[in-house]
Design a protein around this ligand. Structure first.
Ligand SMILES: C[C@H]1O[C@H](O[C@H]2[C@H](O)[C@@H](O)[C@@H](O[C@H]3[C@H](O)[C@@H](O)[C@@H](O[C@H]4[C@H](O)[C@@H](O)[C@@H](O)O[C@@H]4CO)O[C@@H]3CO)O[C@@H]2CO)[C@H](O)[C@H](O)[C@@H]1N[C@H]1C[C@@H](CO)[C@H](O)[C@@H](O)[C@@H]1O
Length: 410
């Protein structure tokens, strides 16, 4: 019986293993992690896969987060240039799965100890009764603050929007610095204020658009007031760099951000002493408190010529050992419950802070259109923050865009 006849039966041809158990060929992985702080750790881990499977070559390719989703869709659609494995953001996964671009993983070597995955992390990997990815990291948002500035101003961490304003006023008065950097070019930074007013973008249960209801209008008013009152500063463009620079240089006392910002933030002069970085829940609004759930999965391209090695790669990259290493080196949150018990992880202050935050993070609807809700929202969010439209009009326009996108939703 020739080896080919023992093929893994998944129709993989060329380059892949021939079911002889010994994996071989190339696995190209598109990683979207941040260059300069996260990428080197993921690249090293990916290449270490070859230690376990000497005949497999991992081709690590870093693709910027903002480009990867459409780049993958274009490559998958044209049938050329798509990677074997993609780091698929939680909202991209149902989109890719719906388009048929991902290999279902049920019954393959990609899925090991599925019960060990946090339920809320696994949720975004499920679509139409099948599993299309493996959860890699889960995240949410909190208030990062500069303890030195807080001490100098004699203030405590704000728990509510009102306290955020009074604390920022005191920081300004005592130190001349602005309290909060509020990212203005990414609507993800609007969500905790939306949840704080008891609002949300949509209600997927009742198929209702809710961004333009009174809670949505109130949330737009809240963020506008933070900027108009001087409690927060913002930019209409280049928000990530402006936010990180302002906070790392000690120009602002607080920013709202997530675990993916920790490694880069520690590189800032203000946080050479890591103990100077404080972390706290996002402030509560008038009707509640909450931060969004985000994160990334690892998915296998349906057209991969090397499915067996890709399944094994995905399982390895989401294994307890690799997740422990990533948590230790980058303070990113594991998606496996068992990893939180490891001493390296349990001692990490950022992880012990974010785990309960992630446990109660507001889950978003894992529908194909979920990710597409951000582009129309950010247009209005930025315009409200820069006085180019009113909270009422911004909410209304966002709602209209959503109803065009979500046919037959109320
Ligand atoms: C607009 C986008 O809206 C949504 O994205 C939401 C997202 O759904 C939210 O969850 C949230 O993501 C968190 C994320 O969970 C959190 O982990 C972190 O990620 C870190 C990594 O941790 C870090 O390692 C590194 O990678 O860097 C990552 C990023 O920092 O922070 C993210 C928030 O930044 O917020 C996103 C919105 O930003 C859509 O999904 C699209 O992405 C859409 N962009 C498309 C737009 C197309 C043209 O219109 C263009 O042609 C297309 O190519 C673009 O894709």
């Amino acid at each position: 019986v020739s080896l080919a006849a023992c093929g893994s039966g998944d129709g993989s041809t060329g380059g892949g293993s021939k079911g002889s158990g010994e994996l071989s060929g190339t696995v190209t992985w598109w990683d979207t992690s941040t260059v300069g702080s996260e990428d080197k750790v993921f690249k090293k881990l990916a290449e270490d896969f070859t230690k376990k499977h000497p005949k497999v070559t991992v081709k690590y390719v870093n693709v910027p987060f903002g480009d990867a989703q459409n780049k993958f869709k274009n490559a998958a659609q044209s049938g050329s240039g798509a990677p074997d494995v993609i780091r698929s953001e939680v909202a991209w996964t149902p989109d890719f799965a719906n388009l048929g671009y991902l290999a279902p993983l049920d019954g393959t070597a990609a899925l090991k100890d599925q019960d060990d995955f946090l339920k809320q992390a696994a949720a975004s990997t499920k679509y139409d009764g099948k599993t299309y990815a493996v959860p890699q990291v889960i995240d949410s948002m909190g208030v990062f603050y500069n303890k030195k500035i807080f001490k100098e101003a004699g203030v405590e961490v704000p728990k509510t929007i009102d306290e955020l304003k009074s604390v920022s006023a005191k920081i300004k008065q005592k130190t001349g610095k602005t309290g909060l950097y509020l990212r203005g070019d990414d609507a993800y930074w609007f969500l905790s204020f939306l949840y704080g007013e008891g609002g949300d973008m949509v209600n997927a249960e009742t198929k209702t658009v809710s961004i333009d209801n009174p809670a949505g209008v109130k949330a737009f008013k809240t963020v506008k007031d933070l900027v108009d009152s001087g409690a927060a500063k913002t930019d209409a463009t280049d928000g990530w760099n402006n936010m990180q620079t302002a906070f790392k240089d000690g120009k602002v006392a607080m920013m709202i951000n997530g675990p993916w910002a920790v490694a880069d933030t520690y590189a800032g002069k203000e946080f050479a002493d890591k103990a100077n970085l404080g972390i706290a829940p996002v402030p509560a609004g008038s009707a509640g408190q909450g931060a969004p759930q985000g994160g990334h999965n690892l998915a296998v391209y349906a057209g991969s010529k090397n499915l067996d090695a890709s399944y094994a790669f995905v399982e390895y990259m989401s294994s307890p050992e690799v997740q422990t290493q990533v948590a230790k080196e980058l303070s990113l949150l594991p998606t496996r419950s068992s990893v939180y018990g490891k001493s390296d992880v349990a001692m990490n202050e950022m992880i012990t802070f974010f785990k309960p935050v992630v446990d109660k993070a507001v889950e978003r609807p894992w529908i194909p259109e979920g990710g597409s809700l951000f582009a129309p929202l950010v247009t209005e969010y930025t315009k409200v923050l820069t006085n180019q439209t009113t909270p009422e009009q911004g909410a209304k326009t966002a709602g209209e865009s959503y109803r065009k996108l979500l046919k037959d939703w109320k």
